[in-house]
Design a protein around this ligand. Structure first.
Ligand SMILES: *Cc1c(COP(=O)(O)O)cnc(C)c1O
Length: 395
């Protein structure tokens, strides 16, 4: 696409994105090509979406096969792929029942609705309050942006839905002081992603789970960016020795096909009845064919363990080779969600990396975010590290 066509096309779009001056037209594995034929090493993965790389063969085959058979029927009919995909999710997690939707925000909406309805209808206790945390990110709908602990996503959208409270993370006494007989659920990311790649404190997460259990509060874990093997386990909660009542998925769940899911424990099944929630496109035959193939691939090929290994290699290489870089304050991450905390703005570094053929993005102020696919090779990691080291150690 020429620049004039790109500019003209953008004119018909609302300006919700500050786009990089790159038009990507083809992808394979860890690599992308732009409209001029330039090749890029992709350490963005569509923001933790293409966990199996671009155009993964097994997923494409499942998709094409389903496209030949059936695209869409209403959820008023049985959908075998949906039931199979749900079974795969529950067999491989602490959850027992799944609701499919189309995005992360919708998965979190479903989680918050289920939490309130379970408390109000099943428990009959009138609880409604949802507690979330500063620097969190939970989506862009009115309820999920209210849950999000960042002022910038809320500006201009008043009045916001009621019944939300935002607390600082990693201080259990603050939570103890904030919960009441109105608290329905506590929701958090175990590694804050958009907020800057901050893993929650393990002891704190345990204490939080115990507090929830004791007080009848539901624990919701937002696994939309951390799920599907990204952190070195299939789901990040596995690192923390806890079992959430509800967890939410989207990004990596469909390998690039838009789909979301909420997974809940058995007791929550009664929270919804026919008609209490729904989605026209939630869990279509096509979407759930892709989900099935994605889970089968991730679990069958042991990709969470691979992500742990490759993540350790990436982090150790970065730490070793950036040890003397004065602008780098910290390198942190879990599996293949990695952040390089710098001491100032990093827009120029991100742009220079792109120029050099490495795609990276930011996470919060001054953090370079690295999200390679789970099949990334040591050679690809070496190549990315070399570019980053050159840029971050340049005088
Ligand atoms: C991306 C993301 C969301 C929102 O997902 P959408 O599909 O964009 O609605 C919610 N929570 C977390 C942790 C995310 O990373």
């Amino acid at each position: 696409m020429s620049e004039t066509i790109a500019a003209a096309a953008s004119e018909a779009l609302l300006p919700t994105y500050a786009r990089f001056p790159i038009t990507l037209v083809k992808g394979e594995g860890s690599w992308l090509w732009d409209d001029a034929g330039k090749r890029y090493l992709d350490f963005v993965s569509g923001i933790a979406v293409t966990n199996l790389g671009h155009a993964p063969k097994a997923i494409k085959e499942a998709l094409v096969k389903q496209l030949d058979e059936l695209w869409h029927v209403s959820n008023l009919f049985h959908i075998p792929n949906q039931a199979d995909a749900a079974k795969l999710l529950t067999d491989n997690s602490c959850g027992d029942a799944v609701f499919f939707c189309n995005s992360g925000a919708e998965a979190n909406e479903a989680a918050m609705k289920l939490a309130r309805r379970y408390q109000q209808v099943v428990q009959g206790n009138g609880r409604y309050e949802i507690i979330t945390f500063e620097q969190s990110f939970h989506g862009r709908t009115l309820a999920t942006l209210t849950a999000t602990g960042q002022a910038k996503v809320k500006e201009g959208y008043a009045p916001l839905p009621e019944g939300f409270k935002t607390l600082p993370l990693n201080d259990i006494s603050v939570v103890e002081g904030a919960v009441s007989d109105k608290t329905a659920a506590i929701m958090l990311e175990l590694v804050q992603a958009e907020g800057g790649i901050y893993a929650a404190d393990a002891a704190y997460v345990k204490a939080l789970a115990e507090l929830c259990e004791k007080q009848g509060i539901l624990l919701i874990i937002d696994e939309i960016q951390t799920g599907m093997g990204r952190t070195g386990k299939l789901f990040a909660y596995e690192h923390f020795g806890i079992e959430p009542d509800i967890f939410t998925l989207a990004k990596g769940l469909g390998s690039g096909f838009p789909v979301g899911a909420m997974v809940a424990k058995e007791k929550l099944r009664q929270g919804f009845t026919a008609g209490s929630h729904g989605s026209t496109f939630g869990g279509t035959p096509i979407a759930t064919a892709v989900v099935k193939a994605t889970i089968e691939t991730i679990v069958g090929e042991g990709l969470p363990a691979r992500a742990a290994e490759q993540g350790d290699y990436l982090i150790s290489q970065l730490r070793m080779k950036l040890a003397g870089a004065s602008s780098v304050q910290e390198i942190r991450g879990l599996g293949l969600i990695v952040g390089i905390q710098c001491d100032g703005p990093i827009g120029d570094i991100v742009a220079a990396a792109q120029q050099r053929g490495l795609l990276v993005i930011t996470a919060g102020p001054n953090v370079i975010r690295l999200l390679p696919n789970l099949l990334v090779t040591n050679e690809e990691i070496d190549e990315a590290v070399e570019i980053l080291v050159e840029l971050l150690t340049a005088p």
